[in-house]
Ligand binder design. Structure first.
Ligand code: GDP
Ligand code: MG
Length: 369
């Protein structure tokens, strides 16, 4: 699975509005067996012009884009970690996501009640971040208890590892009980490995989504400025979306209508695309393609993956039985006009296990199982 994004935020900030706008044109689920299908989960195609350009030059029966999974995570209110609202039910959803999109209300509307009766992004952000930290605190405290018990039980081979973990857990407990995120700690790679299996929420990458009014599209507003300031301190990205407008755009039938409407509203890219691209960047995700007469398809891999790992994105057998890959870059195809010409120009290479896959590579794997 590539990008998996959980949408969090206080009630009535526009989470479900944004979620349904994004998932109004769901990807064909049959192509993505790894995706969970639940009412609050939506699978969205990743917009990528290159896939269309490839298909212009390599005709095929089926075009399959890469996908992003969005999860609308409800139930996060003040006290949620202690069982308020939907309580801990939101936790099971949020543990599995790669990126957290934290939606912040940056619009005024007397018809839409705010849980605290005022628009205050800084306070909203603090409330949510504290709840997430407290949820993690519970996880870490449980682990600490278990660790101390195992130490007493004297399981010798494990004792060394456990001893290394205790100070780390204590440090986390200190930080989280102050309402600060685990992200704020500078862990070494070894330390990260020790706590990896805790799936801490506040260790996940988080980006802020400012839900604004139409009027703020061009000039922004002071609420957005506040969010940007907080995000800058945390080193987080900010995406600005007009949820209401996105919902209206999503309801339009044709791509042309959507484009016209966006232009008229002063939007250069839909909020959905901006959010997806930000998520890709934050997770270091890249795209490679497979192309042939049966299907042209975009696949998501991690920056730094070698050829066998990329092959494993398609099928684990491809990774296990990897022999070699035929590779060329989509830009060579665009420049030269056909696969045959790419070959003639010597741009198609045979690469082995060590090859570092590049964004935009078109690959064909040879494997043996
Ligand atoms: N004025 C305005 N209202 C919005 C916007 N986004 C959402 N709303 C409204 O706010 C209310 C709550 O939105 P919803 O998406 O259900 O919030 P959630 O509780 O965070 O999922 C709904 O009545 C929406 O129509 C926006 O950008 N501007
Ligand atoms: Mg909702």
């Amino acid at each position: 699975m590539g990008l998996n994004c959980g949408i969090v935020g206080l009630p009535n900030v526009g989470k479900s509005t944004i979620f349904s706008a994004m998932t109004s044109a769901p990807a064909e689920a049959a192509n993505y067996p790894f995706c969970t299908i639940e009412p609050n989960v939506g699978i969205v195609s990743v917009p990528d012009e290159r896939l269309n350009k490839i298909t212009d030059l390599i005709p095929t029966k089926k075009v399959i884009p890469a996908v992003v999974e969005f999860v609308d995570i409800a139930g996060l209110v003040k006290g949620a970690s202690g069982g308020e609202g939907l309580g801990n039910r939101f936790l099971s959803h949020i543990r599995n996501v790669g990126v957290i999109a934290h939606v912040v209300r940056c619009f005024e509307d007397e018809d839409v009640v705010h849980v605290d009766n005022r628009i205050d992004p800084a306070s909203d952000i603090e409330t949510i971040n504290i709840e997430l930290a407290l949820a993690d605190l519970e996880t870490v405290e449980k682990r600490k208890e278990k660790t101390v018990k195992s130490l007493r039980a004297g399981n010798k081979e494990a004792v060394k590892k456990l001893n290394a973990a205790v100070p780390l857990l204590d440090m986390l407990i200190d930080t989280l009980s102050e309402g600060k995120s685990a992200r704020s700690i500078d862990f070494t790679p070894e330390q990260l490995e020790l706590i990896y299996d805790l799936h801490l929420i506040t260790l996940k990458k988080q980006l802020y989504v400012c839900n604004i009014d139409e009027a703020a599209i061009d000039c922004g507003n002071t609420y957005v400025d506040t969010v940007k300031k907080i995000a800058a301190e945390e080193g987080a990205e900010v995406v600005t979306i007009c949820g209401k407008l996105e919902a209206e755009i999503a309801a339009l039938e044709s791509e042309e209508e959507k484009k016209e409407f966006m232009e008229a509203s002063g939007l250069s890219e839909s909020g959905m695309d901006t959010l997806i691209h930000a998520g890709y960047r934050m997770l270091g995700l890249r795209t490679f393609f497979t192309a042939g007469e049966d299907e042209n398809r975009a696949w998501t891999f991690h920056n730094g993956d070698r050829a066998p790992q990329a092959a494993g994105v398609i099928h684990t057998d491809f990774e296990k039985g990897f022999i070699k890959a035929e590779v060329y870059h989509c830009n060579d195809l665009f420049e030269l006009g056909s696969e045959q010409k790419v070959k003639e120009a010597g741009k198609l290479r045979i690469e082995g296990k060590e090859y570092l896959v590049q964004d935009g590579d078109i690959m064909h794997f040879r494997f043996n199982v």
